[in-house]
Design a protein around this ligand. Structure first.
Ligand SMILES: CC(C)(COP(=O)(O)OP(=O)(O)OC[C@H]1O[C@@H](n2cnc3c(N)ncnc32)[C@H](O)[C@@H]1OP(=O)(O)O)[C@@H](O)C(=O)NCCC(=O)NCCS
Length: 132
């Protein structure tokens, strides 16, 4: 992992930092309607990675309050990618989700990220979704 990166548990990043990282990571414009407070109210755990005080990585785990948790929005700034940070964030979030009471951690992803998630310990399963 790139030296000097600090991982913080439940940092509740401020909206501008989160927006900057989202735009850099996803390459899409920031959605002004995105309500980060509302998202994090439903979080079992979220992690932020900081370099020189700047948010460069993030992952969130949402929870049903019982057995099932869902890994959402893992993102790493392009400047520090392919150096293990994404894997560290996902693995640490997995450990904390277990410690905080979830039994199953779900994720969905595009096919090119299959190796990334397999290396993080996920095994493939059939899943589905509906755009509401
Ligand atoms: C996916 C993401 C979080 C990975 O972060 P990262 O810090 O670069 O990941 P790691 O360095 O831990 O990658 C570990 C391994 O996963 C695989 N991997 C990671 N990113 C990959 C990619 N874009 N395509 C294919 N394989 C990838 C590689 O095998 C990599 O090992 P290698 O670098 O030795 O080849 C990052 O690319 C990102 O923010 N992408 C944009 C947002 C996104 O798509 N998030 C996932 C939504 S499901």
């Amino acid at each position: 992992m790139t030296p000097g990166i600090e991982i913080r548990v439940d940092p509740y990043p401020d909206r501008p930092s989160f927006a900057d990282l989202s735009v850099a990571a996803w390459g899409t414009p920031w959605d002004e309607t995105y309500d980060l407070d509302n998202v994090l109210r439903r979080s079992l755990v979220h992690l932020g990675a900081y370099r020189d005080g700047r948010l460069v990585g993030y992952v969130n785990v949402a929870w049903d309050g019982a057995m099932h948790a869902f890994l959402l929005d893992p993102m790493v700034h392009p400047d520090v990618r392919r150096d293990g940070l994404g894997s560290v964030l996902v693995k640490r979030a997995t450990e904390l989700a277990r410690e905080r009471g979830a039994t199953y951690l779900h994720v969905d992803y595009e096919p090119h990220l299959a190796t990334f998630y397999e290396r993080c310990g996920f095994r493939p399963t059939a899943a589905g979704f509906i755009r509401l």
